[in-house]
Design a protein around this ligand. Structure first.
Ligand SMILES: Nc1nc2c(ncn2[C@@H]2O[C@H](COP(=O)(O)OP(=O)(O)OP(=O)(O)O)[C@@H](O)[C@H]2O)c(=O)[nH]1
Ligand SMILES: C[C@H](OP(=O)(O)O)C(=O)O
Length: 203
């Protein structure tokens, strides 16, 4: 199965700007991307990275400047068979979570993200298309229903944990020991405890 990892290589992760400057956000994006493609490869897949600008990572990279929806919908329209899309900001991804994503033999398999996004999908239906942003999981359920596809959702915390906001960085420090976690430690990002909820601080 074709497995695509889309990544923004141009001013990525703007919602982390309070903690990381622009160069750091690109470097951290590459670290998360490295975790994702290594986990996919270790699980027996051959991930292809599609980036808006050149990125450094241990997998083949194609540069394609199209925004997310036209990019993925173009890939879906051209797909000869099944297509999987796994986002690049999932540094907690594990082999077990990857196995659970690929296990169901459904037309459409969706992995919801915290906050309403769609962190990964597998598509075996010719008419499925994406509509990312703005609680996209609801749109993707609706689209699957409208085309009569059978749909399975994967309930996995490791697939659901996308890193969007500074508080999400705590999840990386708490639950991963990969490239992204190492990068944060080297950058001086540490856990901070306030109001009973864990966050991060930078020294
Ligand atoms: N190829 C490609 N990937 C994208 C694009 N926009 C976002 N992505 C990737 O899609 C995933 C989800 O992206 P978002 O979290 O919505 O965007 P982001 O740029 O990472 O972060 P923000 O600037 O904070 O919204 C991440 O893996 C991004 O790198 C795009 O236009 N093209
Ligand atoms: C691409 C987008 O990511 P989010 O901004 O929700 O992390 C989505 O999954 O719809």
């Amino acid at each position: 199965m074709r497995v695509v990892v889309p990544v923004s290589g141009s001013d990525p992760k703007t919602r982390l700007a309070d903690v990381l400057d622009a160069d750091e956000r690109l470097a951290f994006t590459e670290a998360m991307l490295g975790d994702v493609v290594e986990t996919l490869a270790a699980a027996g897949h051959a991930p292809e990275v599609v980036a808006t600008a050149a990125v450094d990572c241990p997998a083949p990279v194609t540069v394609d400047e199209r925004p997310l929806d036209p990019l993925i919908n173009g890939l879906l329209a051209d797909a000869a068979g099944a297509l999987a899309v796994v986002m690049a900001d999932l540094p907690l991804l594990s082999g077990d979570a990857v196995e659970r994503l690929f296990a169901p033999d459904a037309d459409v398999v969706l992995a919801p993200g915290l906050g309403g996004g769609t962190n990964a999908f597998v598509c075996r239906h010719p008419d499925f298309r994406v509509d990312y942003h703005g609680a996209s999981i609801r749109d993707h359920r609706r689209i699957a229903r409208e085309i009569g596809a059978d749909l399975v959702e994967v309930d996995s915390r490791r697939l659901a944990t996308d890193i969007d906001e500074p508080a999400d960085l705590a999840e990386v420090l708490l639950h991963s020991d990969g490239r992204a976690a190492d990068w944060l430690v080297d950058a001086g990002v540490e856990l901070a405890f306030e109001d009973g909820r864990v966050g991060v601080t930078r020294n």
